[in-house]
Design a protein around this ligand. Structure first.
Ligand code: CUA
Length: 315
């Protein structure tokens, strides 16, 4: 509804945003008003009954009780709390009950990226593409620790847990790209666990779905691999400039020997790279933690080939 930038919040981009904002501003302005009244009272009374005056007999107020005043400061806040509760409960129910015609996307969180599975078998990493004006239900789970799916522009935030599903939904009201953040501290790259929602027209969405399996045809394997390295979020843990991050650097490694955790060594070749992508915990490079998630089921053979071609091209 509300798509304009407001004083304290980013521009809203979903049907629920306007309602969340209205409640938020009601609470903010009510708090400011109460703060002002209390502050004014404190200052006024401090001056009126300040010490040197109070020392003069008879200037201190003799009032110790005022039933009407006490009723007022009990009943007015109680009414405010009831208003906020009922209002908040209503908005919360709207945010919780998924419309029947919603399309469903499976969201998987893992350290430190988001992947999205569409009903048609399409899978994306760190980019959620949705049509404008259509309710989207997100069925979410985590492969490791607790994360939290947060889209500030849509005013939605929901924890994503291992071993159970959580739900949220939204309906986008404006074409554009919006930030997805992780709002639950989940390890040393928590702050880089960023993704985007891309809201497109119905027609563009259909076209995207049709071309969704991606175009490996018209680009070279190395270029395709380079694109996958970004879209599948490999870069969040692997550098290509020789510096180590969560995982080892990937440039200039093919043909080299590498010590493994435990004992033994491998020569880094296509098979080792393939194994490391699909079964990353089978042979861990010495000095690193076994934290890489498996890409089994998230990459087809052509994509694995392309990633290997890209890694081999890195000097
Ligand atoms: Cu995932 Cu913080």
């Amino acid at each position: 509804m509300d798509t304009t930038e407001t004083l304290l919040l980013p521009p809203g981009g979903s049907t629920i945003a306007g309602e969340v904002d209205a409640l938020f501003y009601f609470i903010v302005y009510a708090s400011i008003a109460i703060f002002g009244i209390v502050l004014f009272g404190i200052i006024y009374l401090s001056i009126k009954y300040r010490t040197e005056k109070a020392a003069v007999e008879g200037t201190t107020s003799g009032v110790s009780h005022n039933t009407r005043l006490e009723l007022a400061w009990s009943i007015i806040p109680a009414i405010l709390v009831i208003i906020v509760f009922i209002w908040g409960f209503n908005v919360y129910m709207k945010m919780s009950i998924v419309p029947k015609d919603a399309m469903e996307v499976k969201v998987t969180a893992q350290k430190w990226f988001w992947s999205f599975d569409y009903p048609d078998g399409i899978n994306t990493v760190n980019e959620l593409v949705v049509p404008l004006g259509k309710p989207v239900k997100l069925l979410m789970s985590s492969r490791d620790v607790i994360h939290s799916f947060f889209v500030p522009a849509f005013r939605i935030k929901m924890d994503v847990l291992p071993n159970r599903y959580t739900l949220t939904w939204f309906e986008a009201t404006k074409i554009g790209r919006y930030d997805i953040m992780c709002a639950e501290f989940c390890g040393d790259r928590h702050s880089e666990m960023l993704a985007k929602v891309r809201v497109v027209s119905e027609r563009e969405y259909k076209e995207w779905l049709e071309s969704g399996t991606e175009t490996a045809e018209d680009i070279t394997p190395v270029d395709y691999g380079r694109a996958l390295f970004r879209t599948k979020a490999c870069y969040t843990c692997h550098n290509v400039d020789g510096t180590s991050a969560v995982g080892p650097a990937l440039n200039g490694i093919v043909g080299k020997r590498r010590a493994l955790v435990g004992e033994g060594e491998v020569t880094i070749d296509e098979n080792y790279l393939r194994e490391s992508i699909l079964e990353p915990r089978a042979s861990i490079a010495a000095g690193y933690q076994p934290v890489m998630p498996t890409y089994q089921g998230m990459l087809n053979d052509k994509q694995v080939d392309a990633l290997i071609a890209y890694i081999k091209s890195l000097k």
